[in-house]
Design a binder for this molecule. Structure first.
Ligand code: FAD
Length: 422
């Protein structure tokens, strides 16, 4: 099924197509997947002088990295209280620092490589249940007191409604350290910088298998790459390449709709340039674009593939939050596949002595995926501290194995989604 054009594709300067791999080559590092993880890894590696080949089965940025909400979150997908409880204070601290470094890296690269990707600061978390508000405010105090993180502030009911014109929300918080960007422009910017540094990218080239040897051989239909290191960065779209990832990363579709520029009408919907994510299990996430449109994401599908009618699915989510948008058409609507792990924490692993994997950011990969890609590059170069803390995060298999995890997860997801309404 050919996919509808996204707003991001319509507004980004495209890259010239890279040819498919043709024949047998050699590289220090072969990277599988040209999304944030793979492109960032490639860039970090060429910066260190490695020869790098990137294999992409489709086009650069065609996966989640070029079709997401663009929201930049601080920290991990689970909050610091949870991480401290699960992994102890020391690892929780390191994870928080990794999250902060991930955001700093975006800004450094935008500056260093001149990537124009509409970076804006500020992310609002909106509580859709009155009883969540006290916990959110407690978390604001916790981050300020224990992490000396002064970029958060609590929002009461009037505070949130001044920013987000919906009766759905009862309070929340602002994180001025978070923000948003145009994700495809960022991904293409990383690709341009990596190629300028010497990386070779082959599009339309699916890695079919890895063969061990003195060097690992990555096999495709049109050639092979013999590499000292292999980095697997295919996230939820690499079905079949690595069974242990398939068992731990569940592909879930999420849909996004984008209106025409709204002019003055915008402030009756969203009265802030910041992005917003709400407290639902099936998260609604929205933001104004640089050209004044409302970009709204929500309405997951557990069908394990792109959604046939994304506009319909996301419209239902949007009008539930903003009934005033009922008559406003979308100019763009599309879906993307999110790679979700059972713990909602990323899967960073040494799969074999010279094969590394980073994937499963569970809806929080705009900052984390590029940074994880760089952490894999650090590991190739022999610096292990950040790789070690990330690879200690436990990622169990989904119950039911690859065959039955989907039906079992659907039941679980529907239960959580129902709980949102109670
Ligand atoms: C609709 C949607 C909204 C989201 N919103 C947000 C958000 O607002 N904030 C946030 O932080 N995160 C968000 N995310 C998550 C975020 O987009 C991802 O975590 C991140 O982009 C993952 O990057 P990646 O490079 O690991 O994977 P991808 O971008 O999916 O890249 C993987 C690439 O590998 C290629 N590939 C796979 N297998 C092979 C193979 N065998 N051979 C060759 N190539 C292969 C794929 O074609 C793909 O291009 C969202 C995701 C979606 C889908």
């Amino acid at each position: 099924m050919s996919q509808p054009q996204t707003y991001y594709e319509a507004t980004a300067e495209p890259l010239a197509e890279f040819p498919p791999l043709d024949g047998d080559r050699r590289a220090d590092v072969c990277i599988i997947g040209a999304g944030f993880t793979g492109l960032s890894s490639a860039l970090s590696l060429v910066e260190r002088g490695y020869s790098v080949v990137v294999l992409e089965q489709d086009r650069v940025g065609s996966g989640a990295s070029g079709r997401n909400g663009g929201q930049i979150h601080s920290g991990m997908r689970r909050d610091q209280m949870h991480l401290e409880q699960q992994f102890g204070r020391s690892d929780a601290w390191l994870l928080w620092e990794i999250g902060q470094a991930a955001i700093a890296q975006i800004d450094e690269r935008i500056a260093r490589y001149g990537i124009d990707c509409e970076r804006r600061s500020g992310l609002v978390y909106a509580d859709h249940k009155p009883r969540y508000v006290a916990d959110t405010h407690r978390y604001v105090r916790y981050l300020r007191d224990k992490y000396s993180y002064g970029k958060v502030e609590a929002l009461d009911r009037d505070g949130i409604r001044a920013l987000v014109r919906s009766e759905d929300y009862h309070g929340g918080m602002i994180d001025r350290g978070g923000g948003h960007l145009h994700p495809l422009k960022y991904a293409l910017g990383l690709a341009r910088a990596a190629v300028a540094g010497g990386a070779r990218i082959f599009e339309g080239t699916r890695a079919e298998a890895l063969i061990d040897g003195a060097r690992t051989r990555v096999v495709t239909k049109t050639g092979t790459i013999a590499a000292d290191w292999v980095i697997i960065a295919g996230d939820s779209l690499m079905k079949g390449l690595l069974p242990e990832a398939d068992a731990r990363i569940l592909p879930i579709a999420s849909t996004i709709g984008v209106t025409a520029p709204l002019g003055e009408r915008m402030k009756d919907i969203l009265n802030t340039p910041m992005a917003v994510a709400d407290s639902r299990f099936v998260v609604n996430y929205f933001r104004p674009t640089a050209d004044g449109r409302l970009l709204f994401g929500g309405g997951e599908s557990y069908a394990n593939s792109y959604v046939a009618d994304p506009a319909n699915l996301v419209r239902r989510a949007m009008t539930a939050v903003f009934p005033q948008t009922a008559g406003i058409p979308f100019e763009f609507a599309w879906s993307g596949i999110v790679g979700v792990t059972p713990t909602r924490l990323p899967m960073i692993r040494r799969v074999k002595s010279n094969v590394l994997l980073a994937a499963g950011y569970s809806g929080q990969g705009v900052a984390l995926a590029p940074f994880a890609g760089s952490v894999l590059a650090e590991a190739v170069a022999g610096t292990m501290e950040r790789f070690d803390v990330l690879s200690r995060l436990p990622v169990p298999s989904f119950p039911g194995g690859v065959m039955f995890r989907h039906p079992l997860m659907v039941v679980a997801m529907l239960w959580y989604a129902l709980r949102d309404r109670l």
